[in-house]
Design a protein around this ligand. Sequence first.
Ligand code: UD1
Length: 350
Amino acid sequence: MKKNLLIISGTRPNLVKIAPLYNRWKTAYISSFNIKLVHTGQHYDYEMYESFLKDFKLPQPDLCLETKSDFVCKQIAKTLILLEDEMIHNKPDGIIVVGDVNSTLAATLAAVKLHVPVFHLEAGVRSFDISMTEEQNRMIVDSLSSLHFSPTKSSVENLIREGIIEDKIIFVGNILAEILIKFKKEVQRKSNFLLTLHRPFNVDSIENLKYMINYICNNVDGEILFPAHPRTLKNLKLFNNPSNLKIIKPLPYSDFIDHLSRCKCVITDSGGVQTEATILQTPCITLRKNTEWIETITDGTNILVKDIRDLKRAIENSFKKKDKIKLPPFWDGNVSLRIWDSLKKYYNLN
Ligand code: UD1
């Protein structure tokens, strides 16, 4: 008998990750599973939501909740209540959640309270910084999931160390690699930099943001294209920006990947961009004290800059890394296949 699964998305990066999963289901697993797409509405602007549905040819979700952004606890609570209603009503056989955003946590809590199995994609990645909302979300979700789909060897090791039964951990690889293979082209690099910043610790204080932006613009050689997240844009508008900074709205995925493939170097605080830069061999500077994507440092182009004053040296070092990349195992085009096969096994489906 077919199993009924909900695939939950809440934010822009969630949509990127569910796209290959949904497409693979449609082409090869439709006789085993019924799928309902649920978007929690955490991201809702056209550029953060609809544009991604369009780019990935995803259908309108079967259910779109209007939780929007709010204080963290309110956002989680609203999502939890609405998803509980949905699951009581439709009794899914399982839910698939991705990443580490608040919607992922809320969906997991609603499901486990109703004894619905949770399958977590990107399980086990850890920054070891429990002050990050995302790290809190990851740890809670992983402690409650029925299957853990892990993107890297280090994420598998983290789960084992945390006492997760090994049979429940499936090393599937990085789903972002599967989608990038389709978008990747051989391109000529340009001389500009690409910048993305949205983490609260970097952008929520106007003073800090202004200092960082000025420091970056004064210490890199070239134009900096900055597709700014709405959270960041709010504060960017409150001061004069340097002339080599070109602020634009968030880009559609294909345009963003095009810029990421062509730029001289990306400066970011995003998790996804770190792994995408490694796959595209783009030098990458991460303005954070830690990363949950350690392989992007050991095997890829990424360099952590904990103190902005180290920026210039880090950029030079990152250029040197780009020719020595070895992609981590299973960062390939078959991640969604491994996931669906594991789900069939979980439910004893032929
Ligand atoms: C969320 C995730 C973060 C992820 C990021 C990707 C959590 C805790 N954080 O951060 O891990 O890296 O998404 O983008 O879940 N806003 C809009 N329009 C939108 C969406 C957001 O204007 O479509 C603005 C709102 O002012 C909102 C703010 O952005 O208050 C923050 O949105 P929220 O979803 O809470 O967190 P993100 O910073 O997007």
